[in-house]
Design a protein around this ligand. Structure first.
Ligand code: GLY
Length: 561
Protein backbone atom coordinates (compact mmCIF):
# COMPACT_ATOMS: atom_id res chain seq x y z
CA UNK A 1 0.00 0.00 0.00
CA UNK A 2 1.33 3.42 -0.94
CA UNK A 3 0.53 6.68 0.83
CA UNK A 4 1.43 10.14 -0.36
CA UNK A 5 0.86 12.73 2.32
CA UNK A 6 1.62 16.41 1.78
CA UNK A 7 0.31 19.61 3.33
CA UNK A 8 -0.19 22.59 1.06
CA UNK A 9 1.23 25.79 2.57
CA UNK A 10 0.17 29.12 1.07
CA UNK A 11 1.74 32.47 1.98
CA UNK A 12 0.09 33.87 5.10
CA UNK A 13 -1.86 30.77 6.09
CA UNK A 14 -1.69 27.06 5.75
CA UNK A 15 -4.29 24.87 4.13
CA UNK A 16 -4.54 21.16 4.41
CA UNK A 17 -5.26 20.15 0.84
CA UNK A 18 -8.08 17.67 0.65
CA UNK A 19 -6.81 15.31 -2.02
CA UNK A 20 -3.24 14.68 -1.08
CA UNK A 21 -3.74 11.39 0.75
CA UNK A 22 -3.46 8.74 -1.92
CA UNK A 23 -4.22 5.28 -0.54
CA UNK A 24 -3.92 2.56 -3.12
CA UNK A 25 -5.95 -0.49 -2.14
CA UNK A 26 -5.34 -3.53 -4.32
CA UNK A 27 -7.78 -6.08 -2.97
CA UNK A 28 -10.75 -6.26 -0.64
CA UNK A 29 -13.03 -9.06 0.45
CA UNK A 30 -16.39 -7.88 1.73
CA UNK A 31 -20.05 -8.87 1.97
CA UNK A 32 -23.13 -6.74 1.39
CA UNK A 33 -21.16 -3.62 0.46
CA UNK A 34 -20.83 -1.68 -2.75
CA UNK A 35 -17.37 -1.72 -4.37
CA UNK A 36 -15.74 0.39 -7.06
CA UNK A 37 -12.51 -0.56 -8.85
CA UNK A 38 -10.80 1.92 -11.15
CA UNK A 39 -7.40 3.11 -12.35
CA UNK A 40 -7.00 5.71 -9.59
CA UNK A 41 -7.74 5.67 -5.83
CA UNK A 42 -9.34 9.14 -5.83
CA UNK A 43 -11.67 8.16 -8.67
CA UNK A 44 -12.69 4.92 -6.94
CA UNK A 45 -13.30 6.96 -3.78
CA UNK A 46 -15.50 9.41 -5.72
CA UNK A 47 -17.61 6.45 -6.83
CA UNK A 48 -17.76 4.97 -3.34
CA UNK A 49 -18.74 8.37 -1.95
CA UNK A 50 -21.90 8.53 -4.04
CA UNK A 51 -22.71 4.93 -3.07
CA UNK A 52 -22.53 6.07 0.56
CA UNK A 53 -24.89 8.93 -0.30
CA UNK A 54 -27.50 6.40 -1.44
CA UNK A 55 -26.51 6.22 -5.09
CA UNK A 56 -26.44 2.98 -7.05
CA UNK A 57 -23.85 1.43 -9.39
CA UNK A 58 -24.81 3.81 -12.21
CA UNK A 59 -24.47 6.90 -10.01
CA UNK A 60 -21.04 5.61 -9.05
CA UNK A 61 -20.23 4.99 -12.73
CA UNK A 62 -20.81 8.65 -13.56
CA UNK A 63 -18.98 10.04 -10.51
CA UNK A 64 -15.99 7.76 -11.09
CA UNK A 65 -15.73 8.66 -14.77
CA UNK A 66 -15.90 12.40 -14.06
CA UNK A 67 -13.23 11.98 -11.37
CA UNK A 68 -11.00 9.95 -13.69
CA UNK A 69 -11.19 12.80 -16.20
CA UNK A 70 -9.44 14.91 -13.55
CA UNK A 71 -7.06 12.56 -11.73
CA UNK A 72 -6.16 10.23 -14.60
CA UNK A 73 -5.75 12.56 -17.58
CA UNK A 74 -3.85 9.97 -19.63
CA UNK A 75 -7.10 8.05 -20.29
CA UNK A 76 -9.94 9.30 -18.04
CA UNK A 77 -11.81 11.87 -20.04
CA UNK A 78 -14.59 14.18 -21.02
CA UNK A 79 -12.94 14.61 -24.44
CA UNK A 80 -13.21 10.96 -25.50
CA UNK A 81 -15.81 8.21 -25.43
CA UNK A 82 -16.67 4.83 -24.02
CA UNK A 83 -19.09 1.98 -23.46
CA UNK A 84 -21.16 1.02 -20.44
CA UNK A 85 -22.62 -2.45 -19.92
CA UNK A 86 -25.18 -2.61 -17.12
CA UNK A 87 -27.02 -5.49 -15.49
CA UNK A 88 -29.56 -4.51 -12.88
CA UNK A 89 -30.37 -6.75 -9.93
CA UNK A 90 -33.73 -7.55 -11.56
CA UNK A 91 -31.86 -9.04 -14.55
CA UNK A 92 -32.45 -6.08 -16.89
CA UNK A 93 -29.48 -5.61 -19.24
CA UNK A 94 -28.51 -2.53 -21.18
CA UNK A 95 -25.55 -1.01 -22.95
CA UNK A 96 -24.70 2.58 -23.74
CA UNK A 97 -22.47 3.35 -26.70
CA UNK A 98 -20.92 6.77 -26.34
CA UNK A 99 -18.14 6.06 -28.77
CA UNK A 100 -16.79 9.05 -30.70
CA UNK A 101 -17.97 9.64 -34.27
CA UNK A 102 -16.15 10.84 -37.38
CA UNK A 103 -16.88 14.53 -38.02
CA UNK A 104 -19.14 15.39 -40.95
CA UNK A 105 -16.16 16.62 -42.95
CA UNK A 106 -14.27 13.32 -42.50
CA UNK A 107 -13.66 11.16 -45.56
CA UNK A 108 -12.32 7.72 -46.39
CA UNK A 109 -8.86 8.83 -47.51
CA UNK A 110 -8.37 11.86 -45.27
CA UNK A 111 -5.08 10.45 -43.92
CA UNK A 112 -3.75 9.16 -47.26
CA UNK A 113 -1.09 11.38 -48.86
CA UNK A 114 -0.62 12.08 -52.57
CA UNK A 115 1.68 9.07 -52.90
CA UNK A 116 -1.05 6.80 -51.57
CA UNK A 117 0.68 6.35 -48.20
CA UNK A 118 -1.32 6.48 -44.96
CA UNK A 119 -0.01 9.21 -42.64
CA UNK A 120 -0.35 7.67 -39.18
CA UNK A 121 1.10 10.79 -37.53
CA UNK A 122 -1.97 12.71 -38.70
CA UNK A 123 -4.41 10.04 -37.49
CA UNK A 124 -2.66 9.75 -34.09
CA UNK A 125 -1.50 13.24 -33.14
CA UNK A 126 -2.97 16.72 -33.25
CA UNK A 127 -6.35 18.12 -34.17
CA UNK A 128 -7.17 16.04 -37.25
CA UNK A 129 -6.96 12.87 -35.12
CA UNK A 130 -9.95 13.91 -32.98
CA UNK A 131 -13.35 12.21 -33.17
CA UNK A 132 -16.50 13.96 -31.89
CA UNK A 133 -16.44 13.26 -28.11
CA UNK A 134 -19.20 11.13 -26.62
CA UNK A 135 -18.46 10.90 -22.89
CA UNK A 136 -20.65 13.71 -21.57
CA UNK A 137 -23.61 12.53 -23.67
CA UNK A 138 -22.91 9.05 -22.28
CA UNK A 139 -23.07 10.27 -18.68
CA UNK A 140 -26.43 11.94 -19.39
CA UNK A 141 -27.70 8.76 -21.05
CA UNK A 142 -26.74 6.88 -17.85
CA UNK A 143 -28.75 9.28 -15.68
CA UNK A 144 -32.17 7.58 -16.13
CA UNK A 145 -30.65 4.50 -14.39
CA UNK A 146 -29.41 6.62 -11.47
CA UNK A 147 -30.87 7.79 -8.17
CA UNK A 148 -28.93 11.02 -7.59
CA UNK A 149 -28.91 14.24 -9.64
CA UNK A 150 -26.04 15.05 -12.01
CA UNK A 151 -25.11 18.14 -9.97
CA UNK A 152 -24.18 15.80 -7.11
CA UNK A 153 -22.36 13.24 -9.25
CA UNK A 154 -20.10 15.81 -10.91
CA UNK A 155 -19.17 17.62 -7.67
CA UNK A 156 -16.29 15.34 -6.55
CA UNK A 157 -14.59 15.96 -9.91
CA UNK A 158 -15.05 19.72 -9.61
CA UNK A 159 -13.47 19.65 -6.15
CA UNK A 160 -10.54 17.55 -7.40
CA UNK A 161 -9.94 19.87 -10.35
CA UNK A 162 -10.26 23.05 -8.31
CA UNK A 163 -8.28 22.06 -5.22
CA UNK A 164 -5.80 19.82 -7.00
CA UNK A 165 -4.52 16.42 -6.02
CA UNK A 166 -1.12 14.82 -5.50
CA UNK A 167 0.11 13.04 -8.62
CA UNK A 168 1.40 9.50 -8.24
CA UNK A 169 4.87 8.46 -9.39
CA UNK A 170 3.40 6.74 -12.45
CA UNK A 171 1.38 9.79 -13.52
CA UNK A 172 4.42 12.04 -12.96
CA UNK A 173 6.48 9.73 -15.19
CA UNK A 174 3.85 9.77 -17.92
CA UNK A 175 3.48 13.56 -17.81
CA UNK A 176 7.26 13.95 -18.08
CA UNK A 177 7.48 11.46 -20.92
CA UNK A 178 4.88 13.37 -22.96
CA UNK A 179 6.11 16.91 -22.21
CA UNK A 180 7.60 17.41 -25.68
CA UNK A 181 4.44 16.17 -27.41
CA UNK A 182 2.30 18.46 -25.22
CA UNK A 183 4.46 21.42 -26.19
CA UNK A 184 4.39 20.49 -29.86
CA UNK A 185 0.60 20.25 -30.05
CA UNK A 186 -0.46 23.13 -27.80
CA UNK A 187 0.11 26.77 -28.68
CA UNK A 188 -0.51 28.22 -25.22
CA UNK A 189 0.80 27.01 -21.84
CA UNK A 190 -1.08 24.05 -20.37
CA UNK A 191 -1.34 23.02 -16.76
CA UNK A 192 0.18 19.61 -17.59
CA UNK A 193 3.54 21.17 -18.48
CA UNK A 194 5.83 22.85 -15.97
CA UNK A 195 9.48 23.84 -16.06
CA UNK A 196 10.68 21.26 -13.54
CA UNK A 197 9.90 17.58 -14.10
CA UNK A 198 6.79 16.30 -12.31
CA UNK A 199 7.47 14.21 -9.23
CA UNK A 200 5.35 12.08 -6.92
CA UNK A 201 3.26 14.24 -4.58
CA UNK A 202 3.24 17.37 -6.79
CA UNK A 203 -0.15 19.07 -6.79
CA UNK A 204 -1.98 19.14 -10.13
CA UNK A 205 -4.63 21.89 -10.15
CA UNK A 206 -6.95 22.24 -13.21
CA UNK A 207 -8.87 25.52 -12.92
CA UNK A 208 -10.02 25.59 -16.55
CA UNK A 209 -11.32 22.03 -16.34
CA UNK A 210 -13.15 22.93 -13.10
CA UNK A 211 -14.88 25.81 -14.95
CA UNK A 212 -15.88 23.45 -17.80
CA UNK A 213 -17.31 20.96 -15.32
CA UNK A 214 -19.28 23.77 -13.68
CA UNK A 215 -20.76 24.72 -17.06
CA UNK A 216 -21.88 21.11 -17.46
CA UNK A 217 -23.24 21.14 -13.90
CA UNK A 218 -25.22 24.28 -14.69
CA UNK A 219 -26.40 23.67 -18.26
CA UNK A 220 -26.36 19.86 -18.53
CA UNK A 221 -25.02 18.21 -21.72
CA UNK A 222 -25.50 21.56 -23.47
CA UNK A 223 -22.75 22.89 -21.21
CA UNK A 224 -20.41 20.74 -23.32
CA UNK A 225 -22.02 20.31 -26.74
CA UNK A 226 -23.23 23.90 -27.11
CA UNK A 227 -22.27 27.32 -25.84
CA UNK A 228 -18.85 28.25 -24.51
CA UNK A 229 -17.28 24.77 -24.33
CA UNK A 230 -18.36 23.88 -27.88
CA UNK A 231 -17.02 27.20 -29.13
CA UNK A 232 -13.69 26.58 -27.39
CA UNK A 233 -13.45 23.10 -28.97
CA UNK A 234 -14.10 24.51 -32.44
CA UNK A 235 -11.63 27.38 -31.84
CA UNK A 236 -9.06 24.73 -30.86
CA UNK A 237 -9.75 22.87 -34.11
CA UNK A 238 -9.03 26.06 -36.03
CA UNK A 239 -5.62 26.47 -34.39
CA UNK A 240 -4.58 23.56 -36.59
CA UNK A 241 -6.06 21.16 -39.10
CA UNK A 242 -9.09 20.04 -37.02
CA UNK A 243 -12.47 19.59 -38.68
CA UNK A 244 -14.98 19.22 -35.83
CA UNK A 245 -17.76 21.83 -36.19
CA UNK A 246 -20.41 23.24 -33.85
CA UNK A 247 -22.94 21.19 -35.82
CA UNK A 248 -20.96 17.95 -35.21
CA UNK A 249 -21.00 18.63 -31.47
CA UNK A 250 -24.67 19.57 -31.32
CA UNK A 251 -25.67 16.48 -33.32
CA UNK A 252 -23.73 13.91 -31.25
CA UNK A 253 -26.03 11.07 -30.12
CA UNK A 254 -25.51 8.13 -27.73
CA UNK A 255 -26.68 4.75 -29.03
CA UNK A 256 -28.45 2.48 -26.55
CA UNK A 257 -27.77 -0.97 -27.98
CA UNK A 258 -29.03 -4.45 -27.20
CA UNK A 259 -26.34 -6.15 -25.13
CA UNK A 260 -24.39 -8.99 -26.71
CA UNK A 261 -25.44 -12.05 -24.71
CA UNK A 262 -24.13 -15.59 -24.96
CA UNK A 263 -23.77 -18.67 -22.83
CA UNK A 264 -20.41 -20.05 -21.70
CA UNK A 265 -20.80 -23.26 -19.70
CA UNK A 266 -23.15 -22.35 -16.82
CA UNK A 267 -22.53 -18.61 -17.18
CA UNK A 268 -24.58 -16.02 -19.02
CA UNK A 269 -22.17 -13.48 -20.42
CA UNK A 270 -23.24 -9.92 -21.19
CA UNK A 271 -20.82 -7.77 -23.17
CA UNK A 272 -20.54 -4.93 -25.66
CA UNK A 273 -21.75 -5.44 -29.24
CA UNK A 274 -20.44 -3.59 -32.31
CA UNK A 275 -19.06 -0.96 -32.80
CA UNK A 276 -16.84 -2.64 -30.24
CA UNK A 277 -15.39 -5.88 -31.51
CA UNK A 278 -14.82 -6.82 -27.84
CA UNK A 279 -17.95 -8.84 -27.08
CA UNK A 280 -17.91 -10.67 -30.41
CA UNK A 281 -14.22 -11.63 -30.09
CA UNK A 282 -14.80 -12.73 -26.50
CA UNK A 283 -17.68 -15.01 -27.55
CA UNK A 284 -15.67 -16.46 -30.42
CA UNK A 285 -12.56 -17.12 -28.32
CA UNK A 286 -14.43 -18.67 -25.39
CA UNK A 287 -16.51 -20.91 -27.63
CA UNK A 288 -13.53 -22.08 -29.72
CA UNK A 289 -11.51 -22.86 -26.56
CA UNK A 290 -14.34 -24.91 -25.12
CA UNK A 291 -14.29 -27.08 -28.28
CA UNK A 292 -10.83 -28.22 -27.11
CA UNK A 293 -11.92 -28.73 -23.47
CA UNK A 294 -9.80 -25.92 -22.07
CA UNK A 295 -10.93 -26.82 -18.55
CA UNK A 296 -8.67 -29.91 -18.67
CA UNK A 297 -5.53 -27.76 -18.59
CA UNK A 298 -3.84 -25.31 -16.22
CA UNK A 299 -3.48 -21.54 -16.41
CA UNK A 300 -0.49 -20.55 -18.62
CA UNK A 301 0.45 -24.18 -19.37
CA UNK A 302 1.62 -24.85 -22.95
CA UNK A 303 -1.54 -26.65 -24.16
CA UNK A 304 -3.84 -24.03 -22.60
CA UNK A 305 -1.88 -21.15 -24.14
CA UNK A 306 -1.78 -22.90 -27.51
CA UNK A 307 -5.55 -23.42 -27.58
CA UNK A 308 -6.23 -19.85 -26.52
CA UNK A 309 -3.72 -18.32 -28.94
CA UNK A 310 -5.22 -20.24 -31.85
CA UNK A 311 -8.70 -19.08 -30.84
CA UNK A 312 -7.36 -15.51 -30.70
CA UNK A 313 -5.71 -15.84 -34.13
CA UNK A 314 -8.96 -16.91 -35.80
CA UNK A 315 -11.14 -14.34 -34.01
CA UNK A 316 -8.84 -11.39 -34.84
CA UNK A 317 -8.72 -12.39 -38.53
CA UNK A 318 -12.53 -12.11 -38.50
CA UNK A 319 -12.30 -8.75 -36.74
CA UNK A 320 -10.26 -7.30 -39.61
CA UNK A 321 -12.62 -8.58 -42.26
CA UNK A 322 -16.12 -8.22 -40.88
CA UNK A 323 -16.33 -5.72 -38.03
CA UNK A 324 -17.25 -2.03 -37.97
CA UNK A 325 -20.07 0.33 -37.00
CA UNK A 326 -23.34 -1.68 -37.28
CA UNK A 327 -25.18 1.46 -38.38
CA UNK A 328 -23.03 1.46 -41.54
CA UNK A 329 -22.28 -2.21 -42.31
CA UNK A 330 -24.12 -5.50 -42.30
CA UNK A 331 -23.75 -6.87 -38.75
CA UNK A 332 -22.63 -10.51 -39.03
CA UNK A 333 -22.22 -11.10 -35.28
CA UNK A 334 -24.81 -13.84 -34.86
CA UNK A 335 -23.19 -15.86 -37.68
CA UNK A 336 -19.64 -15.23 -36.37
CA UNK A 337 -20.46 -16.49 -32.88
CA UNK A 338 -22.63 -19.42 -34.01
CA UNK A 339 -21.52 -22.93 -32.99
CA UNK A 340 -21.68 -24.10 -36.59
CA UNK A 341 -19.35 -21.35 -37.86
CA UNK A 342 -16.87 -21.74 -35.01
CA UNK A 343 -16.68 -25.55 -35.30
CA UNK A 344 -15.75 -25.07 -38.92
CA UNK A 345 -13.22 -22.34 -38.08
CA UNK A 346 -11.59 -24.64 -35.52
CA UNK A 347 -11.08 -27.57 -37.93
CA UNK A 348 -7.56 -26.42 -38.88
CA UNK A 349 -6.36 -26.46 -35.24
CA UNK A 350 -3.60 -28.96 -34.43
CA UNK A 351 -1.66 -29.49 -31.20
CA UNK A 352 1.35 -30.43 -33.38
CA UNK A 353 2.11 -26.98 -34.80
CA UNK A 354 1.17 -23.30 -34.99
CA UNK A 355 -1.44 -22.45 -37.62
CA UNK A 356 0.13 -19.90 -40.01
CA UNK A 357 -1.88 -16.65 -39.86
CA UNK A 358 -2.04 -16.69 -43.67
CA UNK A 359 -4.28 -19.77 -43.41
CA UNK A 360 -6.98 -17.94 -41.43
CA UNK A 361 -6.98 -14.50 -43.14
CA UNK A 362 -5.29 -12.37 -45.79
CA UNK A 363 -1.81 -11.21 -44.63
CA UNK A 364 -0.82 -7.54 -44.53
CA UNK A 365 2.20 -6.02 -42.74
CA UNK A 366 1.48 -4.99 -39.16
CA UNK A 367 3.18 -2.45 -36.86
CA UNK A 368 3.52 -1.57 -33.20
CA UNK A 369 1.23 -2.19 -30.25
CA UNK A 370 0.30 0.17 -27.40
CA UNK A 371 -1.75 0.01 -24.23
CA UNK A 372 -4.13 2.76 -23.17
CA UNK A 373 -7.77 3.36 -22.18
CA UNK A 374 -9.23 2.73 -18.71
CA UNK A 375 -11.78 0.43 -17.11
CA UNK A 376 -14.14 0.69 -14.12
CA UNK A 377 -15.92 -2.24 -12.45
CA UNK A 378 -18.74 -1.52 -9.99
CA UNK A 379 -21.14 -3.64 -7.95
CA UNK A 380 -23.50 -1.96 -5.52
CA UNK A 381 -24.88 -3.47 -2.32
CA UNK A 382 -28.20 -4.24 -4.04
CA UNK A 383 -26.48 -6.31 -6.74
CA UNK A 384 -26.62 -3.82 -9.63
CA UNK A 385 -23.51 -4.09 -11.81
CA UNK A 386 -21.79 -1.63 -14.13
CA UNK A 387 -18.83 -2.39 -16.35
CA UNK A 388 -17.43 0.64 -18.14
CA UNK A 389 -14.46 1.08 -20.45
CA UNK A 390 -13.64 4.59 -21.58
CA UNK A 391 -10.83 6.06 -23.63
CA UNK A 392 -8.97 8.90 -25.28
CA UNK A 393 -7.32 6.14 -27.38
CA UNK A 394 -3.58 6.90 -26.99
CA UNK A 395 -2.04 8.24 -23.77
CA UNK A 396 -3.50 11.78 -23.41
CA UNK A 397 -5.27 11.19 -26.76
CA UNK A 398 -4.27 13.64 -29.49
CA UNK A 399 -2.13 15.53 -26.88
CA UNK A 400 -4.25 18.60 -27.67
CA UNK A 401 -5.80 20.38 -24.69
CA UNK A 402 -8.80 22.60 -25.45
CA UNK A 403 -7.47 26.04 -24.60
CA UNK A 404 -9.73 27.76 -22.06
CA UNK A 405 -11.55 24.47 -21.28
CA UNK A 406 -8.64 22.44 -19.86
CA UNK A 407 -9.23 18.89 -21.12
CA UNK A 408 -7.49 16.57 -23.56
CA UNK A 409 -9.13 15.64 -26.86
CA UNK A 410 -9.06 12.03 -28.08
CA UNK A 411 -7.16 10.62 -31.07
CA UNK A 412 -9.83 8.02 -31.74
CA UNK A 413 -9.86 8.55 -35.53
CA UNK A 414 -6.84 6.21 -35.61
CA UNK A 415 -9.16 3.33 -34.64
CA UNK A 416 -10.67 3.49 -38.15
CA UNK A 417 -8.82 1.61 -40.84
CA UNK A 418 -7.24 4.80 -42.13
CA UNK A 419 -6.29 2.95 -45.25
CA UNK A 420 -7.71 -0.55 -45.33
CA UNK A 421 -4.74 -2.86 -44.84
CA UNK A 422 -2.59 -0.32 -42.95
CA UNK A 423 -2.31 -1.14 -39.23
CA UNK A 424 -3.33 1.37 -36.56
CA UNK A 425 -1.35 2.25 -33.41
CA UNK A 426 -2.26 -1.12 -31.92
CA UNK A 427 -0.98 -3.00 -34.96
CA UNK A 428 -4.55 -4.00 -35.79
CA UNK A 429 -5.24 -4.28 -39.47
CA UNK A 430 -8.69 -3.20 -40.56
CA UNK A 431 -10.74 -3.75 -43.65
CA UNK A 432 -13.43 -1.93 -45.58
CA UNK A 433 -16.01 -2.54 -42.84
CA UNK A 434 -14.11 -0.07 -40.67
CA UNK A 435 -13.30 2.53 -43.36
CA UNK A 436 -13.92 6.20 -42.46
CA UNK A 437 -17.31 7.75 -43.25
CA UNK A 438 -18.86 10.93 -41.83
CA UNK A 439 -20.76 10.32 -38.54
CA UNK A 440 -19.55 6.70 -38.37
CA UNK A 441 -18.17 5.18 -35.15
CA UNK A 442 -14.67 3.70 -35.34
CA UNK A 443 -14.26 0.02 -34.43
CA UNK A 444 -13.18 -0.55 -30.82
CA UNK A 445 -11.71 -3.40 -28.80
CA UNK A 446 -13.20 -2.33 -25.47
CA UNK A 447 -14.82 -5.26 -23.68
CA UNK A 448 -16.77 -4.20 -20.59
CA UNK A 449 -18.32 -7.48 -19.45
CA UNK A 450 -20.57 -8.91 -16.76
CA UNK A 451 -21.08 -12.61 -15.96
CA UNK A 452 -24.31 -13.90 -14.47
CA UNK A 453 -25.17 -17.11 -12.69
CA UNK A 454 -28.81 -17.91 -12.03
CA UNK A 455 -29.73 -14.53 -13.46
CA UNK A 456 -27.59 -12.51 -11.00
CA UNK A 457 -24.34 -10.63 -11.76
CA UNK A 458 -21.37 -12.39 -10.13
CA UNK A 459 -18.39 -11.10 -12.10
CA UNK A 460 -17.72 -7.59 -13.39
CA UNK A 461 -14.58 -7.34 -15.51
CA UNK A 462 -12.74 -5.27 -18.10
CA UNK A 463 -9.39 -3.70 -18.88
CA UNK A 464 -7.60 -1.11 -20.99
CA UNK A 465 -4.98 -2.19 -23.52
CA UNK A 466 -6.10 -1.47 -27.09
CA UNK A 467 -6.28 -4.69 -29.04
CA UNK A 468 -5.07 -6.64 -25.99
CA UNK A 469 -8.38 -5.85 -24.26
CA UNK A 470 -10.47 -8.78 -25.57
CA UNK A 471 -7.67 -11.30 -25.01
CA UNK A 472 -7.09 -10.07 -21.44
CA UNK A 473 -10.80 -10.29 -20.61
CA UNK A 474 -10.87 -13.73 -22.26
CA UNK A 475 -7.99 -14.91 -20.01
CA UNK A 476 -9.54 -13.34 -16.90
CA UNK A 477 -12.76 -15.28 -17.46
CA UNK A 478 -11.13 -18.62 -18.38
CA UNK A 479 -8.82 -18.28 -15.36
CA UNK A 480 -11.81 -18.16 -13.01
CA UNK A 481 -14.36 -20.35 -14.80
CA UNK A 482 -12.06 -23.08 -16.15
CA UNK A 483 -8.82 -22.91 -14.14
CA UNK A 484 -10.67 -22.18 -10.87
CA UNK A 485 -8.26 -19.49 -9.61
CA UNK A 486 -9.34 -16.58 -7.42
CA UNK A 487 -9.80 -13.00 -8.67
CA UNK A 488 -6.32 -11.90 -7.60
CA UNK A 489 -4.52 -14.69 -9.46
CA UNK A 490 -6.76 -14.23 -12.46
CA UNK A 491 -5.88 -10.53 -12.71
CA UNK A 492 -2.24 -10.52 -11.66
CA UNK A 493 -0.74 -13.72 -13.12
CA UNK A 494 1.31 -13.02 -16.28
CA UNK A 495 -0.71 -12.59 -19.46
CA UNK A 496 -0.21 -13.29 -23.15
CA UNK A 497 -1.71 -11.87 -26.31
CA UNK A 498 -2.06 -12.83 -29.96
CA UNK A 499 -4.02 -10.88 -32.58
CA UNK A 500 -3.56 -12.79 -35.87
CA UNK A 501 -1.13 -10.15 -37.14
CA UNK A 502 1.68 -9.98 -36.26
CA UNK A 503 2.23 -13.75 -35.90
CA UNK A 504 4.13 -13.20 -32.65
CA UNK A 505 2.70 -14.01 -29.19
CA UNK A 506 3.27 -11.14 -26.77
CA UNK A 507 4.02 -12.28 -23.22
CA UNK A 508 4.59 -10.36 -20.04
CA UNK A 509 8.16 -10.49 -18.74
CA UNK A 510 7.51 -13.06 -16.00
CA UNK A 511 5.69 -15.52 -18.28
CA UNK A 512 6.62 -19.21 -17.63
CA UNK A 513 9.77 -20.11 -19.61
CA UNK A 514 8.77 -23.77 -19.88
CA UNK A 515 5.58 -22.82 -21.75
CA UNK A 516 7.51 -20.54 -24.11
CA UNK A 517 10.07 -23.28 -24.81
CA UNK A 518 7.46 -25.94 -25.56
CA UNK A 519 5.49 -23.66 -27.88
CA UNK A 520 8.63 -22.48 -29.69
CA UNK A 521 9.27 -26.11 -30.61
CA UNK A 522 5.88 -26.09 -32.37
CA UNK A 523 6.71 -23.02 -34.45
CA UNK A 524 5.42 -20.16 -32.26
CA UNK A 525 7.42 -16.95 -31.88
CA UNK A 526 7.38 -14.66 -28.83
CA UNK A 527 7.93 -11.04 -27.90
CA UNK A 528 8.37 -9.92 -24.32
CA UNK A 529 6.43 -6.79 -23.23
CA UNK A 530 6.35 -4.86 -19.94
CA UNK A 531 2.70 -5.39 -19.19
CA UNK A 532 -0.60 -6.29 -20.78
CA UNK A 533 -3.72 -4.46 -19.62
CA UNK A 534 -4.85 -3.36 -16.19
CA UNK A 535 -7.81 -5.52 -15.32
CA UNK A 536 -10.37 -4.50 -12.69
CA UNK A 537 -12.35 -7.47 -11.44
CA UNK A 538 -15.19 -7.90 -8.97
CA UNK A 539 -16.10 -11.51 -8.27
CA UNK A 540 -18.68 -12.96 -5.93
CA UNK A 541 -17.16 -16.29 -4.93
CA UNK A 542 -18.96 -19.53 -4.05
CA UNK A 543 -19.13 -18.46 -0.37
CA UNK A 544 -20.90 -15.22 -1.23
CA UNK A 545 -17.83 -13.08 -0.54
CA UNK A 546 -17.13 -10.20 -2.88
CA UNK A 547 -13.51 -10.25 -4.09
CA UNK A 548 -12.65 -6.86 -5.59
CA UNK A 549 -9.23 -6.71 -7.22
CA UNK A 550 -7.45 -3.72 -8.75
CA UNK A 551 -4.69 -4.66 -11.18
CA UNK A 552 -1.19 -4.60 -9.69
CA UNK A 553 0.28 -3.18 -12.88
CA UNK A 554 -0.71 0.44 -12.12
CA UNK A 555 -2.16 2.82 -9.52
CA UNK A 556 -5.47 0.98 -9.80
CA UNK A 557 -7.39 0.85 -6.55
CA UNK A 558 -10.52 -0.50 -4.87
CA UNK A 559 -12.89 1.64 -2.78
CA UNK A 560 -15.68 0.31 -0.58
CA UNK A 561 -18.99 1.96 0.17
N1 GLY B 1 -9.13 3.02 -28.52
C1 GLY B 1 -9.11 1.74 -28.00
C2 GLY B 1 -10.36 0.99 -28.29
O1 GLY B 1 -11.37 1.60 -28.55
O2 GLY B 1 -10.36 -0.19 -28.31
Amino acid sequence: MKKILIVLVLVGHSVSAQFTDINIIKEVKVRNKGVVVSAHPLASEAGAKVLKMGGNAYDAAIATQYALAVVYPQAGNIGGGGFLVGVKNNGEKFTLDYRETAPKKASRDMYVDKNGKADTDLSQNGRLAVGVPGSIAGFYATLPYCKLPMETLIQPAIDLAEQGFAVTQLEADFLNKHKEAFQKHNHSPITFVKNEPWKEGDLLIQKELAETLKLIQKFGAKGFYEGKTAQLIVAEMKRGNGIISLEDLKNYKVAERKALEFKYKDNDIVSMPLPSSGGTLLAQMLKMSSLEKIENYQQNSAPAVQIMVEAERRAYADRAEYMGDPDFIQDKTSYLISDEYLKNRWKSFSFNKATPSAEVGKIINPSKESTQTTHISILDKDGNAASITTTLNGYYGSKVVVSGAGFFLNNEMDDFSIKPGVPNMFGAVGGEANAIQPNKRMLSSMTPTILLKNGKPYMVVGTPGGTTIPTSVFQSIVNVVDFKVNANTSVNAPKFHHQWLPETIKVEKNFPESTIKELKSKGYTFESVDHIGKTEMILIDNNGNIQAVADGRGDDSVAIE
